[in-house]
Design a protein around this ligand. Structure first.
Ligand code: CUK
Ligand code: CUA
Length: 631
């Protein structure tokens, strides 16, 4: 027994005297303290918990840097958000599957090349996860899914911009997304959620039995789809293991139904485990088919396949989280008050033919409370599961849950804490890596109700910061956020802060195509400001340097297709310019040493002002110019 476990057991006794509401009182006090009164009142709440390990102060003074990056999904806003923890300050937003007026994402040519010309305007980004090497975050990329349009995006961590977006073939929606941890990312695992006819060519509505769903592996380095696996049921969430051998997905709808009553028919659904080496071998041996126009190899992983293992678990499992010790994966019950703990070791044995029943891979099934959705870990053997219906975060001990499953009389529940309200995902600091450090937990709550000033019928969500360094969870901060972060990761700053660029590299591939176009026009972007006419196509090149654009006026003719290319020649950190052309739906960011371009039709004769949108200089308002469209 570790020290921490000993303290935990003592704490069970202390906890018994407290009702849930009394306990809520204490934690709410801590929350109020953090907003209004500072450390003084936090002191009181700490005294109320005498005997516990003192928590780290979560306050970050002005000018101090946070210890962690929070990389948050933005749900149906389609974006990723970068926060600091423990302050919970939002730093920037990274547009991904959305259109963004601030940076011009979806407006500039550079972003259109990445998004694709006819990309959908919306997206639903649920799961942002960082690439790993040997089970540690490596600060290269963040991958994320678009549930709404079946896409996967990659964000480059050095510039914090999306650099690739691909559409996954043969699936309408991608839900769960995780990365291969070992040896590195490697694969990005993507769960196809909705089942459709394959190929989906406009025929079958009435025979849903024939609908199918696929698990997809994308190569994270090339962003090409490596292979797909046909599965039974619907896929929900997934995770990779810590050996590089397996990925696991929770599946609901084992009935293969299309309506709610149909979804609820069976008593059990399953977790499906994918044997990566066997899948790769099947692809190599040519044991696959392709579907429709797609060239991606599709192997058959349905019941009876050697490539997969279907482990029955209680109805409609949801979250799927591998423990940082590399031993287990935890599937959350959602409709069942339990989590199912599966041992990778036993999965090995099952694939080796040494276990009879798929259920023999299960080593624990603790009863936690109502509506378990997602689980995070502290690296000290404890798990933290969100309970959507109970509106709680439950801390439980994995080793004790395993003992209880074997029939021992042990209490594996360490602590239950009310959250405000109805949590979905949670995440612990470094908790999905070998470096899980057990300092912070964030509960991403779907409802905020009375926690903030009223702002009309649409409420913010409430992301709550919880100190998990002690035996009991301690709420320290309420964080109002715009809908809807599903998931987030908490990454120590050492993994990122020295990798992010302060100004752009002129050779960056992000705008390389624009640079190549300029070269063909004989333009040196860093010094030239001039107009090149090429039939009805006009390219307007200009520099920007606070507080002037290289061109303060230019002329085009009505009906021209105009491309404006702006190169920010300032070399000063944080000196971003913007280019906004009035009346044309054009605005874009040009960071220091970057080139950005935008193309539009000049269809309105007259004088049109353009101006800088970033407050770059005392004469920022004067940083402007005129386009004349000749009638
Ligand atoms: S899902 Cu949203 S709360 Cu898309 Cu990860 Cu569970
Ligand atoms: Cu340049 Cu404001």
């Amino acid at each position: 027994m570790s020290n921490d476990d000993k303290q935990d057991s003592n704490n069970d006794d202390q906890q018994e005297g407290l009702t849930r509401r009394e306990f809520l009182g204490t934690s709410a006090l801590a929350g109020a303290a953090s907003v209004g009164l500072g450390t003084g009142v936090l002191g009181i709440s700490q005294m109320a918990r005498a005997g516990e390990t003192e928590a780290d102060n979560h306050e970050v003074a002005p000018g101090d840097l946070d210890e962690y990056y929070g990389i948050w999904s933005g749900g149906h806003s389609g974006e990723v958000r970068i926060l600091g923890l423990p302050s919970m300050r939002e730093f920037i937003r990274i547009p991904v599957f959305n259109v963004d007026c601030t940076t011009g994402w979806g407006i500039t040519n550079e972003s259109k090349r990445i998004r694709g010309e006819n990309a959908p305007l919306n997206g639903d980004l649920h799961h942002p996860h960082m690439s790993m090497t040997d089970g540690h975050y490596d600060g290269r990329y963040i991958f994320a899914n678009d549930k709404a349009n079946g896409r996967i995006a990659r964000i480059r961590c050095d510039i914090m911009k999306t650099d690739r977006i691909i559409k996954i073939p043969n699936v309408p929606a991608i839900h769960g997304l995780r990365v291969q941890r070992v040896p590195k990312t490697g694969y990005v695992f993507c769960n196809g959620e909705f089942r459709v006819p394959l190929p989906n060519d406009g025929h079958n509505l009435d025979d849903p039995e024939k609908y199918q769903s696929l698990f997809t592996a994308v190569d994270g380095d090339t962003m090409e789809v490596a292979w797909q696996v046909l599965v039974d049921g619907n896929l929900d969430n997934n995770d990779g293991d810590y050996s590089g051998k397996y990925a696991a997905s929770t599946c609901y709808n084992s009935e293969n139904a299309v309506t709610l009553s149909g979804f609820m028919h069976n008593e059990r659904d399953w977790v499906v485990v994918f044997n990566i080496a066997r899948i790769e071998a099947a692809v190599k041996a040519g044991n696959y088919k392709t579907i429709g126009d797609s060239k991606v190899p599709v192997v058959d992983g349905r019941h009876g396949s050697r490539l997969t293992l279907y482990i029955p678990v209680p109805k409609s499992p949801h979250g799927c989280n591998a423990t940082p010790d590399g031993k287990y994966v935890v599937a959350a019950g959602k409709l069942s008050p339990t989590c199912t703990v599966i041992s990778w070791d036993k999965v090995d044995k099952w694939f080796a033919g040494k276990l009879k029943k798929p259920r023999d891979t299960v080593v624990a099934e603790p009863e936690l409370g109502l509506g378990p959705l997602h689980t995070a870990f502290d690296g000290r053997g404890n798990a933290y599961t969100t309970l959507f219906i109970d509106s709680q975060s439950v801390k439980w001990n994995i080793a004790d849950a395993i003992r209880a499953y074997q029939g021992e009389k042990v209490n594996y529940i360490r602590d239950k804490m009310d959250v405000q309200y109805q949590p979905g995902h949670n995440h612990s600091s470094m908790g999905e890596t070998r470096d899980a450090d057990g300092k912070w937990l964030v509960s991403l709550n779907k409802f905020a109700k009375d926690r903030f000033l009223p702002v009309g019928p649409l409420h913010p969500d409430n992301d709550q910061l919880i100190d998990i360094s002690g035996k009991r969870q301690k709420l320290v901060h309420d964080g109002a956020v715009f809908s809807e972060p599903h998931d987030g990761i908490i990454v120590h700053r050492s993994k990122l802060m020295n990798k992010t660029l302060k100004i752009w590299d002129r050779k960056d591939p992000f705008f390389a195509e624009t640079v190549a176009m300029a070269r063909k026009d004989g333009i040196t972007l860093e010094s030239d400001s001039k107009v090149i006419r090429d039939g009805k196509r006009v390219r307007v090149y200009m520099t920007s340097s606070a507080p002037v654009f290289g061109l303060t006026s230019f002329k085009v003719k009505r009906g021209d297709e105009v491309t404006v290319v702006v190169t920010n020649i300032d070399k000063i950190e944080d000196l971003t310019h913007g280019f906004c052309l009035t009346g044309h739906g054009v605005n874009m960011e040009i960071g220091p040493q970057a080139t950005s371009s935008v193309t539009f039709i000049a269809d309105q004769p007259g004088v049109h002002w353009y101006y800088c949108t970033w407050f770059c200089h005392a004469l920022h308002l004067e940083m402007r110019g005129r386009m004349l469209v000749e009638a």
